[in-house]
Design a protein around this ligand. Structure first.
Ligand code: TRP
Length: 434
């Protein structure tokens, strides 16, 4: 079966060497593997959450699209599009919003970080927080689920979002699938082998650290000037240098073959000057990206070619999304008014019901609780507590911390109940271990 791989880049900045090595180059390489169907897109709706400067959004969309194309993405092999061209995505976002528990969204890292910063500054918890930021994970889930992607290559910081997409998919399947899996449960792909490119100061190359090397902007001179600022130690020309732990060496190795690496390391051990080493690094990188830069500049000079390619991508994407959204609309009850079936005598409430916690007191005078599935099956049974308050505190902890709280809780699993059953039930209640 073909694997669907999908990833997006938020269009708020100019691509740097770290984006190329960490995201664009591996994604394009993966798209050439057999049995893989790739979807790459410009996350321009996500960009609106972080940026209210129209000119910057416009410029970034152009630069990021030109970068993908110049880097060798073949739009006839992959589906390459703008998120904002796919009208089904905001519609699916709404369907998912209606099953997303607010408690789950409260735990999203980006929102939590904003709240923590507000608290630290003595501000109102939600100062400066838009509903866009709060619902960021739901829009991202729609991006992924709309195409039933199996794998989502992302950086570590995005893994929680993919887990939330899985939760929403599971919830939606359970409520509306009528036994079918409407959505594939996506998995995050964090490739540990992909070099984490250090920036000028040795920390991860990132716009937020202001330590980046531009990929194409500024031409070969821009590359040379930026790399001249990579921090090295103060060993003089002729002195032996240790290649291990040198950021310059790591940058070189993100482009070099095994034999080139050996030669470079040996030269440093033999006393090559840092200045000469930097010249070699510039030349090695330029050999790879010089030809791409020419294509990039050609594309930037012809935005209408990029536009045509993206519109063609949107057409291909919508051939997938339009029929699928029609199916999803029907699943939730938004159907044409023909042959309307009367609701079954038994209300469908049972299916919609969530798992529940029940607290009670036994004849022994002790307090207990249990977690029951919607169909009444006992998932967790507590030990006896001396006070109702103690029992209540464990219930609250399980609700907020989800599956993470189970190992320490004084509870036993019900007959034939797996840890995953319990984790799913707690996630549906809003508990989230992430
Ligand atoms: N949130 C991602 C980022 O900032 C970008 C993104 C949006 C994305 N939608 C996506 C990535 C869907 C993968 C899949 O990096």
């Amino acid at each position: 079966m073909t694997q669907r791989v999908l990833t997006g880049i938020t269009t708020t900045g100019t691509p740097h060497l770290g984006n190329y090595v960490g995201a664009i180059r591996p994604a394009i390489a993966a798209s050439r593997e057999p049995g893989v169907e790739s979807f790459f897109f410009l996350a321009d709706y996500h960009a609106l959450i972080k940026c209210d400067e129209p000119a910057r959004i416009e410029r970034s969309r152009l630069e990021i699209a030109a970068t993908w194309l110049a880097a060798g993405l073949d739009p006839s092999r992959v589906t390459f599009y703008r998120q904002s061209d796919i009208v089904e995505i905001p519609e699916l976002t709404w369907l998912l919003t209606c099953v997303a528990s607010k408690g789950l969204m409260n735990r999203a890292h980006a929102y939590k970080a904003a709240v923590d910063a507000n608290l630290a500054a003595g501000e109102d918890v939600d100062a400066g927080v838009t509903m866009g930021l709060f619902c960021y994970p739901v829009l991202m889930a729609a991006d992924i689920l709309m195409f039933n992607a199996h794998r989502v290559p992302v950086g570590r910081d995005q893994v929680q979002h993919i887990e939330m997409a899985r939760d929403l998919a599971q919830r939606f399947n359970h409520l509306f699938g009528a036994g079918r899996e409407l959505f594939v449960l996506p998995e995050a792909n964090v490739d540990e082998r992909v070099a984490m490119l250090p920036g000028l100061d040795g920390r991860k190359m990132s716009k937020s650290y202001d330590n980046t090397v531009p990929l194409f902007e500024g031409g070969a001179k821009g590359l040379r000037d930026a790399l001249a600022r990579v921090v090295t130690d103060s060993r003089a020309p002729g002195e032996a240098k240790n290649p291990d732990g040198s950021h310059l060496v790591s940058i070189y190795e993100a482009f070099a073959s095994d034999s080139e690496r050996e030669v470079f390391r040996a030269a440093l051990r033999g006393g090559m000057a840092w200045g000469d080493a930097k010249t070699q690094v510039v030349e090695r990188i330029e050999r790879d990206i010089g030809p791409l830069r020419e294509r990039y500049e050609e594309l930037i000079a012809h935005p209408e070619r990029i536009e045509a390619s993206l519109l063609e991508g949107a057409r291909k994407a919508r051939a997938v999304t339009a029929p699928f959204l029609a199916e999803l609309r029907a699943a939730v009850g938004l159907r044409p008014m023909v042959a309307v079936t009367a609701p079954a005598a038994a209300p469908t409430r049972a299916k919609l019901a969530l798992p529940t916690f029940k607290q009670y007191r036994e004849a022994d005078g002790k307090f207990y609780f249990k977690l029951a599935a919607a169909d009444g099956r006992v998932l967790l049974q507590s030990a006896a507590f001396e006070s109702g308050r103690d029992a209540g505190q464990w219930v609250a902890k399980l609700k907020t911390d989800g599956a993470a709280a189970v190992p320490d809780a004084p509870v036993a699993h019900g007959e034939g109940v797996s840890a995953q059953d319990v984790a799913d039930a707690l996630a549906a209640l809003g508990g989230y271990a992430g």
